[in-house]
Write a protein that binds this ligand. Structure first.
Ligand code: KIV
Length: 288
């Protein structure tokens, strides 16, 4: 895309605007971001929703799953992302352990994302209609997340497709209905068969946002590092890499290292008070 043609949302995206997207027949674009410059990039690229996902644990902090990231670590990054977002809706993912110990804990932790970090909504994983209702009751909009919920990795036995077979399919449909009835404003569907995602999308009024859930959701989300080719440890089939920034970055960083080793960086033009005459001197004389 040409640099000038980027389309950051020209209006401030709100929760009602997201909820009405299916009625407007408009597809939602969500991308993750974890810091200020990533937030600016995804907003400038036209993201309606910027999600600070707990995928932070894996793609930024280097863990092998999402379980260990804490509320404080998430808050640190949500605050940075907030500084880079003007018009997109900012959603903070509630990490594992922050909404599992009852209503009081859930509300208190979720409020930190709103009050301290400036998020406009939170996302929670799993079939938890009471939790959704408790948050909506204190004015916190909730994006729900069903299907492959990485916080349940031990229970699920790994990162694998969910909702296959009659029982799991019916269970997921029921969970989606319950969550909508509890007041969620949108639903992420991760790694489920495309026809199940289509059915969920058809029966719900709130928008579905798919990741590995086929083309018939109301919107799509990808993780920043996956779509830019910065993450190479896992490559699920649902990821489309729109760039290979990992290899570009390695090339650039090696070129810098080579230039330094061979005395090609910095050049006189990149130095103050032209030190060209010093270049003929042995290096130890310059430093010594
Ligand atoms: O943590 C995350 O990035 C997510 C998205 C993949 C939906 O939950």
């Amino acid at each position: 895309m040409d640099e000038k043609s980027y389309e950051k949302p020209s209006r401030r995206v709100s929760v009602p605007w997201v909820m009405n997207a299916p009625a407007r027949n408009e597809r939602l674009v969500m991308m993750t971001a974890y810091d200020f410059s990533q937030a600016r990039l995804v907003e400038q690229a036209g993201a309606d929703i910027v999600l600070v996902g707990d995928s932070l644990a894996m793609v930024v902090l280097g863990h092998t799953d999402t379980l260990s990231v804490t509320v404080d670590e998430m808050l640190h990054h949500v605050k940075a992302v907030k500084r880079g977002v003007e018009n997109s809706l900012l959603v903070a993912d509630m990490p594992y352990g922050s909404f599992h110990l009852g209503r009081r804990q859930t509300v208190a932790e979720a409020m930190r994302f709103i009050k301290e970090a400036g998020a406009q909504a939170v996302k929670i994983e799993g079939r938890r209609p009471e939790t959704v209702a408790a948050l909506v009751d204190v004015e916190i909009p909730v994006m729900a997340h069903l299907g492959l919920t990485p916080q349940s990795i031990h229970k699920l036995g790994g990162f694998r497709v969910q909702g296959r077979g009659d029982g799991p399919r019916t269970e997921l449909l029921e969970a989606a209905r319950e969550i909508e009835a509890a007041g969620a404003f949108s639903l992420v569907l991760e790694c489920v068969p495309a026809d199940l995602a289509r059915e969920v999308t058809a029966v719900l009024e709130i928008p579905t946002i798919g990741i590995g859930a086929g083309p018939n959701c109301d919107g799509q989300v990808l993780v920043f590092h996956d779509l830019l080719g910065l993450e190479d440890r896992l490559s699920p089939r649902f990821v489309r890499r729109y760039a290979e920034l990992g290899s570009d970055a390695r090339r650039a960083l090696s070129a810098f290292a080579e230039d330094v080793r061979h005395g090609r960086f910095p050049s006189p033009a990149e130095s103050y008070d032209d030190p060209e005459h010093l270049r003929a001197e042995p290096i130890r004389k310059i430093y010594g």
